[in-house]
Ligand binder design. Structure first.
Ligand SMILES: NC(=O)c1ccc[n+]([C@@H]2O[C@H](COP(=O)([O-])OP(=O)(O)OC[C@H]3O[C@@H](n4cnc5c(N)ncnc54)[C@H](OP(=O)(O)O)[C@@H]3O)[C@@H](O)[C@H]2O)c1
Length: 242
């Protein structure tokens, strides 16, 4: 099994105080992002070690409402071992959780809102229903970023995170949110676990349907644990889109 300290060293941000958006996904060898609608069947213990190491290294975990609903996300509360490690390395005890939703179809009773160490942020647009925003305001801070037609204004949302000092952003998906970040060319890094299955079927990819981009990426590292492959790529801004 992977050693968490070795994983933390491999994924350390080489932090120079800049704003950085890292995205993490697991996919099958043929590119499926889910099995039976969830990522659970694709990951294993080693992938969960990488998943938790990436959380440990973040100031904020950004996730789309579709993933929150599908995966029934829990409140973002790290283990006591992670909290100790973060405090020794100059991080606050827990990262902040930020959810992106257009329609605010998020029940305030969801377990993601149950007793979190930080009040979650919910980013939405000017068109979001006022009643739902008011209900959610009991359990989260609702921030409107973006006009009705265009979805979330990615630059404004990331600007708001930066303004709050949340510079090390970890996006845990899903595909639609990833595609919005990509369309704005705001993905600095992709961590991709390749899971040793050929899923076939109808599952989607890590990106959602949308305009073609073709952004070049540069390999940061690649290592295996059993048959699982862990890839780290950086956006190569020395070249334009393909
Ligand atoms: N394999 C993996 O590593 C992995 C990781 C994450 C998720 N997943 C899977 O991916 C599936 C979910 O896919 P998804 O594409 O629906 O996930 P998603 O990106 O998490 O959620 C999509 C929803 O997020 C909100 N959203 C995202 N981008 C937005 C934007 N630019 N403007 C406004 N709202 C925005 C909208 O919420 P509203 O509907 O509330 O308006 C939208 O319907 C699940 O089956 C999950 O298990 C897999």
């Amino acid at each position: 099994m992977l050693d968490i300290n070795e994983v933390l060293a491999k994924y350390g941000t080489g932090d120079h105080g800049g704003f950085h958006v890292r995205v993490n996904f697991v996919a099958s060898l043929d590119g499926a992002v889910t099995r039976d609608g969830l990522s659970d069947g694709l990951n294993n213990e080693d992938d969960l070690i990488v998943f938790s190491a990436l959380r440990r290294l973040s100031d904020v975990v950004l996730v789309g409402a579709g993933t929150v609903r599908a995966q029934n996300y829990r409140a973002l509360r790290l283990s006591s071992e992670s909290v100790r490690w973060r405090q020794e390395h100059g991080f606050p005890p827990h990262p902040v959780l930020a959810v992106v939703s257009g329609d605010l179809d998020l029940d305030p009773g969801l377990r993601i809102f149950a007793n979190p160490p930080h009040r979650p942020l919910v980013f939405t647009t000017a068109a979001a229903p006022a009643g739902r925003a008011a209900d959610l305001a009991d359990v989260a801070e609702v921030i409107r970023c973006g006009e009705p037609a265009g979805g979330i204004d990615v630059a404004a949302m990331l600007g708001e995170l930066e303004r709050r000092g949340l510079r090390r952003v970890l996006c845990e998906g899903g595909p639609r949110l990833f595609t919005s970040l990509l369309a704005a060319d705001r993905v600095d890094e992709l961590c991709l676990t390749l899971s040793p299955f050929l899923e076939a079927g109808t599952a989607g990819r890590i990106t959602a349907p949308g305009p073609h981009a073709g952004w070049p990426m540069r390999l940061g590292h690649c290592f295996a644990a059993g048959d699982m492959l862990f890839l780290r790529y950086f956006r190569d801004r020395s070249a334009g889109p393909a």
